[in-house]
Each structure stands twice: as structure tokens, then as C-alpha cells.
Design a protein around this ligand. Sequence first.
Ligand code: F6P
Length: 519
Amino acid sequence: MSARTGVRCDRTAAWKQLRAHYDELGARFDVRTAFEADGDARFAAFSEAAPHVFADLSKNLIDRRTEELLLALARESGLEAHRDAMFAGQPINRTEDRAVMHFLLRAPADVTVAEHNKAALADVHATLDAMLAYAEQLRGDHTITDVVNIGIGGSDLGPQMVVRALDAFTAPGKRFHFVSNVDGHELAGVLKGLAPEHTLFLIASKTFTTAETMTNAQSAKRWFAQSGGVDVARHFAALTTNVEAARAFGIEKTFGFWDWVGGRYSLWSAIGLPIALAIGADGFRALLAGAHAMDEHFRTAPLAQNLPVRLGLLDVWYRNFHGFTSRSIAPYHSALARLPAYLQQLEMESNGKQVDASGEALSFGTSPVLWGEPGTNGQHAYFQMLHQGTDVIPLEFVAVRDATHELEGHHPKLLANALAQAQALMAGQADAGGHKNFPGNRPSTFFVLDKLTPESLGAFLAMYEHRVFTSGALWGINSFDQWGVELGKVLARDIEPRLASGDTQGLDASTAGLIARLR
Ligand code: F6P
């Protein structure tokens, strides 16, 4: 067991100083005044060019003193020691006694790792090579026109989001479908358009026990046989840490991964096979390389110039001192439509915790609610509330400089809208009269990728993982377990037979009444 070396954030001297700083100045901080005083220097000081990702943090409610105190908080809380423990492969996921090594999935084969991680790195590359060879073989197999990924949570959101995001890099000839929900409407809808001889099913489940995925996998297998499919071995593959269970299910072709890969951190493992099928082996390796570049930045850059660290500290500032309970993300690129859903699992399943790593209750807030939609769509839906509502919600823009389409005039309009929204949130509009007044001083962060490529997307996602690590480390929580998803699973197993039998004995009156209604 690795012991945490730092002090929990709320017990540090820096926390008290931050509280005083907030009371004194932070609450009244006006970013417009800060720009008047500081101009270009503010933009330079509060922007960061990390590998493949540029971030402008200057429109946030922070000044140099705030950041100095937040950096002191990081040091006192032992962020660096905790980060180094992760990279050393120590079992920092203490409730499951597991190491947390998704970074190893994107490490080059010849990278220097701790002696005890050498075998794991060799396994990673053996599996990666086998998976990419299989992907290339299938990419050349034109009889397979449809790939159906059956998985949920981390076994769905990551690959689904990336396949969509990198559509411009996808060779034509294959359609990708993602079935996650146990709601049969989803699988039935996908199967309707498919022929078994042209379909490949990927059963993606770290545990190979998840009820939704097992139900969908059984139904897919039944459909395959009933529609005249032959050769299950050719048309089904499994992506899992539980290779025996996949074999018992009747799948021969399996690609494994390891218990030190969390589900929401697994798109870099065999769970990424749909991505490799879409963008090819070189594309997948480029995605890994982009993420690795960000891993190195997070591992080695001084805290004050470390983008994931600066973002994670800002998250703590907003959540614990300003008391903001949510954050919105607006990707100004329609290929990133599933990014908010993916980030919801990454951040909220990781940091939605109410006890610290030793099980002690926390007296401060942890994960904010994360939500969002692509711009400009969001502007015509909920941005009203961001501009004039009573709650302050930090907004994050993701803009991509170069478009991958040729349609004239669209891209400058898209980028102009992103910039204008960030400007309007900050500047506001006074003296226009009552309903037309905008308070302004509403914080935002602006990310710029030069192009949406496998490399830049890999770097962006790794940046986000390490940002979540940073706030989780400061809060002293275990960002790598998810016990909060278990209770509902247990209760669903109890309720399912009651829906058939009508037995409501021992249930609360509401659940009993609803069962009667649904029967
Ligand atoms: O129930 C939550 C969860 O365990 C997630 O953490 C995970 O990504 C998802 O279910 C799917 O799990 P599996 O890949 O084991 O099917």
C-alpha cells in the first residue's frame, strides 16, 4: 500500500491563506480590471503552450497571487509525490489495491520504466502489436462492412467519442455502431440494418460481467445465429481483462488488458480496437504518441508551467473557494459532439467522492457537475443562462484552428462565435437597461488545437486525465475507484424478478407503486 505523503488540502497553511485571499480579494476580483492593469502580460502569464494544446486561462478569476497560493497548496498536499507514485506504478488505487498505469499504455517500447514495470510494458506492446495487426487485416477485409461495439461506460464512451472525432481520418468502407444501453431499442435499431456475414461484433468489457453488455452480447449472438450467421470465431472478438469469461461465452478472438487500467482510462488499451479499425495502426500509434507527449509534460514540467496542474488547481479554486458547483464544456467542432459525455465519466466517476483516501468524510466539495454541447448549438439553447443567469458557471471552449472540410466561410464564422462568446462572458454589457444588461466577469478557459488529429486529440485527452488526477490528489480522494455505481446494480437485480411476479413485499411504497404501474 502506498501511503499518501501530503497533508489533506483543507488542513494546509495554503488553504487558510487561500480562504483569506478569497475573502479579501477573490470574491471581488474583476477580470476586466485585471486586463486594464496587466494587458498583454496577463495573457502571457495565464496561457500555456503544452504539447499539441494551447490554453488561454487569462479570462479566469485568478491573479498571480491566487496561482502562487494554489501552487503552494499543491506542494503542501503532496501532489508531486502522488504523481510520482502513479508513474512509479505504486498501488495508489488503495481501495482496490491496484496500480494506476494508463500512462504505460502509451509509453514507447524503449522508454525507461521502473524495473518492476518492465514486464507490464512488454505485455502492453505485445498486445498492441497483435491488436493493430488484427485491425489492419480487418481494414483490408472488405466483406466486413459494419463493426458493432457492445460495451458501456469506459468500454463505450472513449472509443465512440474518438471514432467520431477522427472521422476525417477514417478510411471509407466500414460503418461503426456503438451499442451500450440495455434498452433493447438501441441494439434492435442497429441490428435492423445489418447482415451477419458483413458484421463484426466487438464485445468490450473490462470485467466481462457488466449486466448491460452481457445482455446485449447474448442478444447479438442469438441474432447472429437466427439470421443465418456462421463462423462466430470470425465475427466476434472480445476486449477484456477477463479472457476466461470471454472464452466461456464462446469467443475465441480476445485482446486483453490489465486491472491497472481503469475503465474510464481504457481507450488506449484493447478497448481502443474500434479506433484502430477506423484510423488504422499508424493513426492509433499517433493517438498514443500525443498522449505520451502530454504524460511527459505532466510528469516533468514545473508545476507553474504544467498545464494539467494549472487546470486542476483552477478547478479547486472554483469548487472550494468560489463554490461553483458546475462547469460547462463547449467544443466548437461537431466531431467532438461526444466529448462532454466522455469527460463526464472521466471527471465525475473519478472525483465524485465524499470521503478521502483513508475513508474519512470530507468537509468540502469535490467533483463539479460537468456538462455541455458543441458550439454554436449551445449558444441557441442554454448560453442565455451562462450570460445572465444567477449562477456563475465557468465555461470551456475547445477551438480547432484548421478545418478538415472545404466549405467556404463556415470555419471563420465558427471560430468568431467561440471568441465572441468568451469575450461577451467576460466583458458583459452595462447600461443597456434592465433585461439587456449582462453582468460580465464570467470566467472561461479557451483551448486551441491547431488541427484535430490523432496526436492532438491524444494529448488533449491525456491533459484532461491528469487535470482530474490533480484536483483528486489535492482533495486527497481515490480518483480510481467507483463504489458509488454498485448499489443500484444490486437493487436492479432484486427488482427485475419483481416486475415479472408483482411481488412488492418489503419495498418502499413509492417503488411498490411504480412496479404496479409498470406491470
Ligand atoms: O458501472 C461503472 C463501470 O464499472 C465503469 O467504471 C466502467 O467503465 C463500466 O462500468 C463498464 O465496465 P466493464 O468495462 O467492466 O463492462
